[in-house]
Ligand binder design. Structure first.
Ligand code: DX5
Ligand code: ZN
Length: 217
């Protein structure tokens, strides 16, 4: 059966201390790291790219790295991200003409495939590619910034996917924390991204555990 996995987003942490913040999250029980890559085109914000991910990988050898590629041309960064030591390449299907080709290239480069959709994108758009993927990400905010309000109306997509694909890894991302994890768990999400709620928590380990316990039960 499916495992509940918690992948904190370091987007709203002190990025001048990226390694320390990441290691702290792992020490506090994070199952994987969700690394938000933005190019200023697909979303109106900029973060970091493969050179930074590679430096982080040099310091953190064994953690599972997921990159959430909020970029206009996901195909362009597959091989640099694979070289940087990324384990899962999650990309938005909206700007992509040939999703199957991108999936194939990601697999050939040795990474897992994640397919992401924005709140305005119908779930049927991603369904046709599920057999080629390892995970589907249902965004619960408009991508671009941390700290936004959770969109509960997106749970209908999670529910639909869980009903039809009992073994699919379904991730939620955006505004997820102790106040909203119940909705996500009920709908059937099993991979949980949480940014500000975890980064800003008084007790990071307790918050991560609470998120996992809510999904697991
Ligand atoms: C939004 C990013 C999310 C976000 C999560 O564009 O993809 O990963 O940073 O942060 P919170 O949990 O604060 O919404
Ligand atoms: Zn993200």
């Amino acid at each position: 059966h499916l495992k509940a996995l918690i992948g904190p987003s370091i987007l709203n942490s002190d990025l001048s201390r990226l390694y320390e913040e990441s290691q702290k999250l792992l020490d506090n029980g994070a199952d994987y790291l969700h690394l938000d890559v933005m190019d200023g085109h697909f979303v109106p914000n900029l973060t970091f790219g493969h050179p930074v991910v590679k430096c982080l990988r040099n310091k953190i050898k064994d953690a599972f790295f997921e990159t959430h590629m909020m970029v206009a041309n996901p195909e362009q960064w597959i091989s640099p991200m694979a070289d940087a030591g990324v384990n899962q390449y999650t990309f938005h299907i909206e700007p992509v003409d040939d999703v199957e080709r991108v999936c194939r290239k990601i697999k050939e480069s040795g990474m897992k495939v994640g397919l992401a959709i924005k709140p305005g994108t119908p779930v049927s758009d991603v369904e046709k590619y599920i057999s080629m993927s390892d995970m589907v990400l249902i965004m619960t905010v408009e991508p671009g910034f941390g700290g936004q309000k959770f969109m509960e109306d997106q749970m209908i997509k999670v529910r639909h996917l869980r009903e039809h694909y009992p073994l699919l890894n379904i991730e939620v991302d955006g505004g997820v924390g102790p106040a909203t994890i119940g909705c996500c768990a009920n709908a059937g999400a099993n991979m949980i991204v949480s940014g500000t709620a975890v980064i800003g928590a008084q007790d990071q380990a307790a918050t991560i555990k609470q998120l996992r316990d809510t999904v697991q039960q």
